[in-house]
Write a protein that binds this ligand. Structure first.
Ligand code: SF4
Length: 245
């Protein structure tokens, strides 16, 4: 068994997660994110060192304690922040998970160091991939980063034997339209390995966190997305994609 003294930063660990990937999962929140999504409800995760320093061996010891609950579908989900922000730590963790027979799921925006993508993807079983915009200008306005990096990540992911779940945050008067659903259907319809498409209703639970970092909330005045309408849009999109009758 590989021993690893590689250190990284984790903001929190949640056990018995049921929504971030298949089955029962332990969720590791890796701190650090180079994006600045207008709807971000975790600005306290942007700085890598906002997390607690921890070694790969310590994390794996914790995961092994919960392994009996994972069953055949569950495992660990790496989320953030943006887990691709700590590639060496992530790769070391994923390698150990593979050795221990723990399924790996990556919750990501697809933004990171391009030369690390192949190794990470080769160690990933499931990707929860966030689409934050299809148009380059709108993507940049939403995230403050160029779209090319995430497009490269998704293109590379097509070459690996893994399952992709797409996630899109739906914001009132921004992307809550059937026209956008048609555009998403066109884009997603050309991809391989898509097993699930979820629309996540925008919420305002993170607003107060901006006060603590002395920042104006970017979407001030925007109301939470109506959950029923969001579900209708999700049903429409999934029917178009043939993922739902
Ligand atoms: S990728 Fe996630 S953590 Fe990073 S800014 Fe966007 S919503 Fe926030």
């Amino acid at each position: 068994m590989t021993q690893s003294s590689e250190l990284g930063y984790i903001r929190k660990i949640e056990t018995m997660g049921m929504v971030d990937g298949p089955g029962v999962r332990t969720i590791l929140f890796l701190s650090g994110c180079p994006l600045r999504c207008l709807f971000c409800h975790n600005p306290d995760m942007w700085t890598t060192k906002a997390g607690d320093q921890i070694s790969v061996d310590e994390v794996i010891a914790k995961l092994k304690r919960y392994k009996p609950y994972y069953g055949k579908d569950g495992g660990v989900t790496f989320c953030g922040g943006e887990p691709l922000t700590q590639p060496k730590f992530l790769i070391a963790l994923m390698k150990r998970c593979k050795e221990e027979g723990i399924s790996t799921c990556l919750d990501t925006s697809g933004y990171g160091q391009v030369d690390t993508f192949d190794e990470i993807l080769s160690l990933t079983d499931v990707i929860l991939y966030d689409i934050k915009g299809l148009d380059p200008d709108k993507y940049k306005a939403m995230t403050a980063q160029p779209i090319e990096v995430t497009n490269t990540f998704l293109a590379k992911a097509q070459n690996y034997d893994l399952s992709i779940w797409i996630r899109v945050v739906i914001i009132p008067d921004y992307n809550d339209t059937y026209i956008y659903m048609d555009q998403l259907a066109e884009y997603i319809g050309h991809l391989k390995r898509i097993d699930r498409v979820e629309l996540l209703p925008y919420h305002t639970l993170g607003v107060n966190k901006y006060e603590t970092i002395n920042m104006k909330y970017p979407l001030e005045g925007v109301k939470a997305m109506d959950k029923t309408k969001c579900q209708e849009l999700e049903d429409y999109l999934n029917r178009k994609l043939g993922l739902k009758d």
